[in-house]
Design a protein around this ligand. Structure first.
Ligand code: FCB
Length: 436
């Protein structure tokens, strides 16, 4: 495999999943602190209190990133470190951590790719309604402006939001994620306010005239029909609408999908003059997180049903389907392009074990290799894919699954904080050498 010379390779993490140090240097409470400390919400009662202790070990972790030989490191900022109450008083000590981290990355020649929001909303804002409150979008803009001012030109790539579907649906729709609310309507309200937040940050960024790339990251799923029966195809269209087009259409076309009439009935009254123009401000690239495909059919009442694919599944019970990343890239390129694309996350969880100080994670290695191959195929077929980030650098706090699901290419012993490069990391390192 030989990727284009200017292709950017990276590894990715997120603040709450790795940092720990939740009470340090004036950090405020986030919805994930509250949620993970609520009994029954996270497997085994795990919390992000310590996580990978990255807040204290960031130098060691940057050294590992350097050793891998990647070009870029994607990480997120914890909003409650910077504005402990979400709005109002600024906490320079929290920002200083990110300045130290960015300095260290630049010193090692690694390009910082920063996500502004990877789910750790300040709890104080949730107390005012969180993403159900339109004001949160404006608070997000103010937070983003402060970050743009402070970190400015040292950042290579900006991402406004990570996976608004997860914030909206898992957070307010089915309650599997913080803040754990459960309402179909709230999912849609949160969706619009999140997209508005993205648009407001985009506008502020352009007004400031900053030169680097900025985009948004969506978790998109390529969907395949269970059969060619009309009812299955209809279910497929609906599933695709609620997962993919409900974010893609506003961002690229400035409107919500017209076929989702029930969703529109909720969202349309929320749209204020100018919202859709903000939401569809041109982005420099689209970030895509891809893990698996979906096979969609209808039950006897026409409801969407997910079928199980025939290929091996990961520890998340997600089917391994590398062709899906190719189909997805092609689809986005055709329906929404031309727009530069980045894979901002791709990876797999497996039950790793340490034997004689080594982790032989052949399944993860092969997962990565097969997905790389499909990315290359997409590039060769004309898709403007410019970057790929492995999820994840480290084993970490996998949200509702706590520390039970390991996605790292580097193993973390959570009792000692020892890091061990798994076979997949060693292979990735060798692979990157062949690309230079
Ligand atoms: C994505 C999240 C990321 C991680 C992976 C496995 O949805 O963005 O934080 O949890 O899934």
């Amino acid at each position: 495999m030989k990727f284009p010379d200017n292709f950017v390779w990276g590894v990715a993490t997120a603040s709450y999943q790795i940092e720990g140090a939740v009470n340090e240097d004036g950090r405020g409470e986030s919805i994930w602190d509250r949620f993970s400390h609520t009994p029954g919400k996270v497997l085994n009662g795990d919390t992000g209190d310590v996580a990978c202790d990255h807040y204290h070990r960031y130098k060691e972790d940057v050294a590992l990133i350097k050793e891998l030989g990647v070009d870029s490191y994607r990480f997120s900022l914890a909003w409650p470190r910077i504005f402990p109450q979400g709005t109002g008083e600024y906490n320079p000590k929290g920002m200083d951590f990110y300045k130290r981290l960015v300095d260290e990355l630049l010193k090692q020649g690694i390009k910082p790719a920063v996500t502004l929001y990877h789910w750790d909303l300040p709890q104080a804002l949730e107390d005012k309604g969180g993403w159900l409150n339109r004001d949160t979008a404006y608070y997000f803009r103010d937070y983003a402006v402060k970050v743009f001012q402070e970190l400015g030109t040292s950042i290579d790539t900006w991402i406004t939001l990570n996976e608004p579907w997860c914030s909206a649906f898992l957070g307010y729709g089915n309650g599997h994620h913080a803040p754990g609310k459960t309402s179909e309507t709230d999912f849609l309200v949160a969706t619009h306010n999140l997209l508005l937040a993205h648009g407001l940050a985009m506008e502020a960024y352009r007004d400031m005239g900053l030169p680097q790339k900025i985009g948004i990251t969506l978790n998109l799923s390529p969907y395949y029909p269970a059969s060619e029966k009309p009812e299955d195809l209809k279910a497929l269209q609906r599933a695709d609408g609620f997962q993919n087009r409900i974010y893609l259409d506003p961002v690229f076309k400035g409107k919500y999908p017209e076929d989702l009439t029930d969703a529109l009935a909720v969202i349309e009254p929320l749209i204020q003059p100018g919202d859709m123009e903000l939401i569809s401000k041109p982005i420099d690239f689209l970030g895509i997180n891809y893990y698996t495909r979906g096979i969609i059919g209808a039950d006897k009442d026409g409801n969407v049903v997910h079928h199980r694919g025939e290929n091996p599944h990961t520890a998340m019970d997600w089917e391994v389907y590398p062709e899906g990343i190719y189909d997805l890239l092609q689809r986005v390129h055709k329906d929404y392009g031309p727009i530069p694309l980045q894979i901002t996350e791709n990876g797999a969880a497996y039950e790793d074990t340490v034997v004689d100080g080594k982790v032989e994670d052949e399944e993860r290695r092969s997962y990565l290799e097969r997905h790389f191959a499909q990315c290359l195929r997409a590039i060769e077929d004309g898709v403007p894919l410019e970057a790929y980030f492995v999820w994840s650098l480290l084993d970490n706090f996998e949200w509702a699954w706590g520390y039970d699901r390991r996605f790292g290419i580097i193993y973390v012993d959570f009792a000692t904080q020892e890091r061990i490069m798994k076979r997949s990391a060693l292979w990735f390192k060798d692979f990157l050498r062949t690309q230079r």
